[in-house]
Design a binder for this molecule. Structure first.
Ligand SMILES: Nc1ncnc2c1ncn2[C@@H]1O[C@H](COP(=O)(O)OP(=O)(O)OP(=O)(O)O)[C@@H](O)[C@H]1O
Length: 235
């Protein structure tokens, strides 16, 4: 879904609060988290284990909601939406790339990529054309009939990326996209993410422990003790 161009930040968190209950004890993760990301940015989020990176990504994905504060993505106020509205927003507005690909093993690569399109009013022929186009884009032309188990980790992650972009979302969220890959395959996946950002204008937020992955982003934010501590903007 294309939204009108605006100077307002694409993603804006204002004084976001989030915590979890462990037994009777409330454990705060964020008490007042602020973050702004302009459209077309590529942000890497790093930080120690337990600092809340996945919690943040889950809120950006609309999987989880803040306990307080404001969370805006484009024109959507995610903090004001119920679960149903968030899940429909998710289907139209963003794609997610997972560390362990999350492909369904009983479906072919093409069928995995096609899944998000089944929620849309598209004819089977149009769905297949879109699937072929994105498989081609990620360098897997002609491989759609293969099952994930017969593909390398790097190829499976490319299928994961194809599935994340098949609906043409403006936002791509990546959770440790190179965490399960060898150096060479990781390089290929990072090159693909850079292409999606630089050439197709996707806004990307990537959680990673891998400094090489972070160096592909335009900005790196370090999350620690509920705050972003430092920031590096690539030249
Ligand atoms: N559903 C939940 N219930 C209770 N506590 C949770 C829940 N999800 C996360 N937490 C806690 O919130 C804190 C932040 O977790 P989170 O997974 O966001 O950290 P992370 O920075 O992604 O860690 P890692 O780098 O190890 O993946 C941790 O202390 C975790 O135990």
């Amino acid at each position: 879904m294309t939204e009108p161009a605006t100077d307002a930040p694409y993603i804006a968190l204002k004084a976001v609060q989030k915590g979890f209950k462990i037994g009777a004890e409330a454990v705060p993760i964020f008490t007042a988290l602020d973050l702004t990301i302009p459209r077309g940015d590529f942000v890497a989020i790093m930080g120690p284990s337990g600092s809340g990176k996945s919690t943040l990504l889950n809120m950006l994905a609309g999987i989880d909601s803040p306990d307080g504060g404001e969370l805006r993505i484009g024109s959507a106020r995610l903090d004001r939406m119920g679960e149903g509205a968030r899940s429909s927003w998710r289907a139209h507005s963003m794609g997610i790339v997972f560390q362990f690909y999350n492909l369904l093993p009983m479906l072919t690569a093409a069928e995995n990529v096609e899944l998000p399109l089944l929620l849309k009013p598209l004819a089977a022929r149009d769905r297949r054309a879109r699937v072929e186009k994105v498989l081609d884009l990620v360098g897997l032309s002609g491989r759609g009939g293969q099952y994930p188990a017969l593909m390398s980790g790097g190829e499976q992650q490319r299928v994961g990326i194809a599935r994340a972009i098949v609906s043409d979302p403006a936002l791509l969220l990546c959770d440790e996209p190179t965490g399960d890959l060898d150096r060479k395959s990781a390089g290929g996946v990072l090159e693909m993410l850079r292409f999606l950002n630089r050439k197709l204008g996707k806004t990307i937020v990537m959680v990673t422990h891998d400094p090489r992955a972070a160096s592909c982003a335009r900005r790196t934010l370090h999350l620690d003790k509920g705050q972003f501590l430092e920031e590096r903007r690539a030249a």
